[in-house]
Design a protein around this ligand. Structure first.
Ligand code: GLY
Ligand code: MN
Ligand code: MN
Length: 520
């Protein structure tokens, strides 16, 4: 539900009865053709079946979340909670305030019901007068029949949710994904409380029982959220295709940035230019960026989450571009390429680049069933540590084994403090609520999609780094799919070796000047 109501009464205008009647009429009938069934329907049904099997007999509430205020009466573009998107198949912009309820059936299993705010009739105030939800202001929404045709699940008006969720609350266990919509969670809590305690009990005893019930309810809700997060770890065939589309779109966005590198230098404020160019293509080809792009030139590459993008792009810099297109279904790529702005790497830049690439290749080689998630990092970080040792950067007397020993040292982390991998999907850091056993310690399984993204970062003021390395940061990040025998690098079409990257840039610039000469 909406976190707060917009405030714009000072700009409101009174309406007359005559206007209301006038604005409600004179419109062509709405189209009667229902939307086509979405391709995701059978996949979403299979995902819901897994949830149903895990929580038999319980009412499960998975909200999409509400509109979030950006400032006063201006909302952010809506993005549904990832658990909701996963279980319904609804993607970009859909549907603010909606709630998926998996209602237990008497004979077993669950009936999925989507409560949402359907298209309002034209004789309602909402139609012309509601700047947040009205068709005049933010466009038309689907009807109940539209949603049923598209998703093949029952649809009901959001106004029916309150009674439906409160029904048989004394006998049916209810779990809710709290963080998706805290207001819905609070509504359910209030409904539970209004069932009341034993009037004869002492107030203090009632209070302590209530607190302990709240704790166990909280725990039950967390179990649901964790299950739904882990459920996304192995992708189905439809999800894998969406990820391929996101990566292909990201590839095109990177090529557009490469074509514009000279422009980013020439115009000044070049990191902003890079962000804008990638964002343009992300928005054009998909829903937008899957996370704020990191457009980090020169020393900024050493700030791991440099999303301010306020700097210059200079000739001779390396530009670390970490960016991903999120497609309309909300699946996102997450790719990093470190690009020489002038088209060629200097010797020192290439030395660092080759070390990171070697680490990445070792990490990718470790992506196979039988290995655990943490084996990927172990493989990549060993190569990083070997290079740091070879360059004489580890403290006197500390070898590769000593620094890698988790009980000691870990000196290498000064130059690569982050992990090598994370799961990727609807969230850029997907499956975040899975337990350590399900994530770090889990065996890799076909259908998992994860990143492999080692880096080396030498800050400009790092007095322990060789002078020629200072102010240089390199990360190389690809998105890989675990297969039955190993893995497929889904972003392999984007060049990775230093030589290939140089040739890639030269080729794009040559094509670009060719097309300019051709007057296009
Ligand atoms: N783009 C954030 C990350 O690579 O994890
Ligand atoms: Mn990543
Ligand atoms: Mn990234």
């Amino acid at each position: 539900m909406s976190e707060q109501q917009p405030k714009s009464e000072n700009r409101g205008r009174p309406t007359t009865e005559e206007f209301r009647a006038f604005v409600a009429t004179g419109w062509a009938p709405r189209g009667s053709e229902p939307p086509a069934r979405a391709e995701v329907v059978p996949y979403a049904a299979t995902r819901r079946a897994a949830v149903s099997a895990r929580f038999p007999g319980e009412r499960l509430v998975i909200p999409a979340g509400g509109l979030k205020v950006r400032s006063n009466d201006t909302d952010y573009v809506f993005r549904p909670h990832s658990a909701f998107a996963h279980l319904t198949g609804l993607g970009a912009d859909r549907e603010p305030d909606a709630i998926l309820v998996l209602e237990p059936r008497d004979g077993g299993g669950h009936e999925p019901v989507l409560y949402f705010r359907p298209l309002a009739d034209r004789d309602t105030d909402e139609f012309f007068g509601d700047a947040r939800y009205g068709e005049f202001w933010v466009g038309a929404r689907p009807t109940l029949a539209d949603i049923e045709a598209e998703l093949e699940i029952s649809a009901r008006h959001i106004d029916e949710f309150g009674d439906a969720v409160a029904k048989d609350l004394g006998t049916v266990a209810v779990r809710v994904v709290r963080d998706a919509d805290p207001e819905i969670a609070a509504q359910i809590d209030r409904a539970r409380e209004s069932m009341g305690g034993q009037e004869s009990q002492q107030e203090a005893q009632r209070e302590s029982e209530r607190a302990s019930q709240q704790d166990s309810q909280q725990q039950a809700d967390e179990e649901l959220a964790a299950f739904l997060s882990h459920l996304r770890m192995v992708k189905d065939a439809w999800e894998i295709e969406e990820m391929r589309a996101a990566i292909a779109a990201t590839h095109r966005g990177f090529e557009a940035v490469i074509a514009d590198l000279p422009e980013a230098v020439r115009r000044g404020r070049g990191e902003r230019w890079v962000e804008g160019v990638f964002g343009l293509h992300a928005r054009h080809q998909g829903n937008g960026v899957g996370y704020d792009s990191i457009c980090a030139s020169g020393d900024h590459a050493n700030t791991l989450h440099w999303i301010r993008n306020t700097g210059e792009v200079h000739e001779g810099d390396l530009l670390l571009l970490d960016a991903g297109v999120e497609v309309d279904s909300l699946f996102t790529a997450d790719v990093t390429r470190t690009l020489p702005v002038s088209g060629t790497f200097s010797e020192a830049q290439r030395t660092i680049y080759d070390a990171v690439l070697a680490a990445q290749q070792a990490g990718i080689a470790a992506v196979k069933p039988g290995n655990t998630f943490s084996d990927i990092h172990a493989a990549a970080i060993r190569v990083i540590a070997e290079h740091l040792h070879e360059w004489g950067l580890l403290p006197e007397g500390v070898g590769v084994e000593e620094t890698l020993d988790t009980e000691h040292g870990q000196y290498h982390r000064r130059w690569m403090v982050h992990g090598t991998s994370h799961h990727l999907g609807l969230d850029v850091h997907d499956c975040a609520l899975a337990t350590r056993e399900q994530y770090m310690d889990a065996e890799l399984a076909p259908g998992m999609i994860l990143t492999v993204e080692p880096g080396l970062y030498f800050k400009a003021d790092d007095e322990l780094a060789p002078a020629e390395f200072r102010g240089t940061g390199v990360r190389i990040e690809d998105d890989v799919l675990v297969t039955a025998t190993g893995c497929e690098n889904l972003s392999a079409a984007m060049p990775r070796t230093a030589g290939e990257v140089e040739a890639w840039i030269a080729d794009i610039w040559a094509r670009d000047s060719e097309s300019r000469r051709g007057g296009r």
